[in-house]
Design a protein around this ligand. Structure first.
Ligand SMILES: O=c1ccn([C@@H]2O[C@H](COP(=O)(O)OP(=O)(O)O[C@H]3O[C@H](CO)[C@@H](O)[C@H](O)[C@H]3O)[C@@H](O)[C@H]2O)c(=O)[nH]1
Length: 479
């Protein structure tokens, strides 16, 4: 009789993905003592050198979570593919690493078989980009495979839509029909083509999506890092869908504690928090664009001018696309720091969670990565949306058009091929965020309360997570 289980998680090696997988693992362990161990397979990738630093710091105090380092594949995809089409690079990297993943999973299953009778591997929990492992590892080793989606439920709607569209139009999306509206399931509104992820407009990345999208239907269940109160529409859609796995809204899963900073960009946390302590409540706008969001020097100048023009307090995490080793101060216009002395601070990597939690923060100019979005909602900080890559335009569309929770700064940034966002556009959005946002602020605070309730005992996400755990113990096919 199986009394305890082990789960094996396979996140893609990227900060935004690893952080949230580890937090989900912690949540499962805290919710049910029968989860004996969660092993996280730690893939290495040149595209995300910091991911392991984060992972190690986060599991340091978690004896039930093990990080299992995989060796690098001898034959990685060429790195220029990552720069051209990151989705295609990751899908290829996972394929090349599959034999190593399969060996690691087999050896864990074997060691459980040889060891105590009461612990069995009950499931693989796969990142969305790893879903080829459902067939290549899960089915081959007879282990049920689940997907943990680090994006939202509307993104899952998009993944449902892609195979249907591909049957009719077997080629990448076309920006020249950017205003054509698409009936993507889960969205309340039809969504203009131009807001779809940039990868869908690129032949190589599109092919990766076409491979990934139909495989969601093969999972035994899909856990989504969102919550029913935030996205009732898509969760309702999926709950009525036939021939599709159960979809569990388990979020918001947030990484709020024990986070390290990547060494070479370690910001002076004490200086940032100390400075925020001296600022009035809700007076500071925070600008930060995720783990990959960098801008060039011309764009830095537009942002700087906007901040001078608006005159509000700000904390700005700058990452530039210039030469490595460039410090934030090197790219600022001459005299800028003098102009804004006392009311502005710039840094490299920011302790984002502590910043958003600080009472001095009144607004967030964000790239709309899903983790950043959930963190801002959790702390009740309204956002101005400046999506930069991946599915962030969909998130911006969701926040602004579908949920009315954010101010639009430049929602079609990516489809404008990253064209310059002007000082005036930035200034308008920051003003609207900081001065005119009472209605939005109230709505965001209500959503913050709903997020907390979802995670309480009997809350919607706790109940959905319990249903998933229940399934692990009912299933007879675990190894
Ligand atoms: O200076 C910084 C920058 C980022 N972060 C943290 O890093 C994480 C960034 O995650 P996210 O906001 O999701 O952005 P990305 O790192 O860009 O995440 C990738 O993964 C997400 C989840 O799948 C997607 O929604 C994004 O579009 C995709 O780019 C967050 O927890 C931030 O708090 C910091 O602490 N300090």
């Amino acid at each position: 009789m199986v009394k305890e289980t082990e789960l094996i998680f396979v996140p893609v090696p990227s900060t935004g993905h690893i952080l949230v997988h580890i937090e989900f693992a912690k949540r499962l362990i805290n919710l049910d003592q029968r989860i004996h161990t969660i092993t996280i397979l730690n893939l290495s990738s040149p595209s995300s050198p910091h991911a392991s630093v984060f992972a190690r710091s986060l599991i340091a105090s978690q004896p039930k979570i093990r990080l299992h380092d995989l060796p690098s594949t001898q034959d990685p995809p060429p790195f220029d593919l990552y720069q051209r089409a990151p989705e295609a690079y990751i899908v290829k990297l996972i394929k090349k690493t599959t034999p190593l993943i399969k060996d690691a999973v087999s050896s864990i299953v074997e060691s459980r078989r040889r060891g105590s009778d009461s612990v069995r591997v009950a499931g693989l929990v796969l990142d969305l980009f790893c879903n080829s492992l459902i067939a290549d590892v899960g089915n081959e080793l007879n282990i049920p495979s689940y997907i943990f989606l680090t994006c939202n439920a509307r993104y899952l709607g998009m993944m449902k839509y892609i195979p249907d569209r591909h049957r009719k139009i077997a080629s990448e999306f076309d920006l020249s029909s950017g205003d054509e509206e698409l009936p993507v399931p889960g969205f309340i509104n039809a969504i203009p083509t131009k807001f779809m992820p940039p990868g869908l407009f690129n032949k190589e990345a599109y092919e990766a999506y076409v491979e990934l999208a139909p495989r969601f239907a093969d999972a035994k269940g899909i856990m989504v890092n969102s919550f029913a109160e935030l996205e009732p529409h898509p969760f309702d859609y999926f709950s009525h869908l036939e021939n599709f796995p159960p979809v569990y809204p388990v979020g918001p899963i947030l990484s709020l504690k024990d986070r390290a900073s990547p060494n070479e960009e370690a910001a002076d946390r004490d200086q940032i928090v100390g400075w925020l302590d001296d600022q009035p409540e809700s007076s500071v706008v925070f600008l930060c664009f995720g783990s990959r969001g960098s801008v060039d020097e011309t764009q830095v100048k537009e942002i700087a001018q906007a901040l001078e023009l608006v005159g509000c307090r700000f904390l700005w995490s700058i990452r530039t696309s210039g030469a490595a080793g460039t410090s934030p101060n090197d790219v600022l216009p001459e005299g800028f720091m003098g102009q804004v002395a006392g009311r502005g601070l710039v840094c490299g990597w920011a302790p984002q969670v502590e910043v958003l939690a600080h009472k001095a923060i009144g607004g967030f100019v964000s790239h709309c990565g899903w983790n950043s979005t959930l963190e801002s909602l959790w702390f009740g900080v309204p956002v101005a949306t400046w999506p930069m890559y991946a599915e962030q335009q969909l998130n911006a569309f969701t926040l602004v058009k579908e949920l009315g929770l954010a101010v639009d700064l430049r929602m079609d940034y990516v489809s404008n091929r990253g064209g310059l966002v002007t000082c005036d556009e930035i200034a308008r959005a920051v003003r609207s965020l900081m001065d005119g946002g009472d209605e939005k602020r109230k709505k965001v605070k209500e959503m913050a309360d709903a997020a907390r309730k979802a995670l309480m005992d009997e809350g919607s996400s706790s109940l959905a997570t319990a249903r998933f755990i229940g399934e692990l113990f009912e299933d007879g096919s675990s190894c």
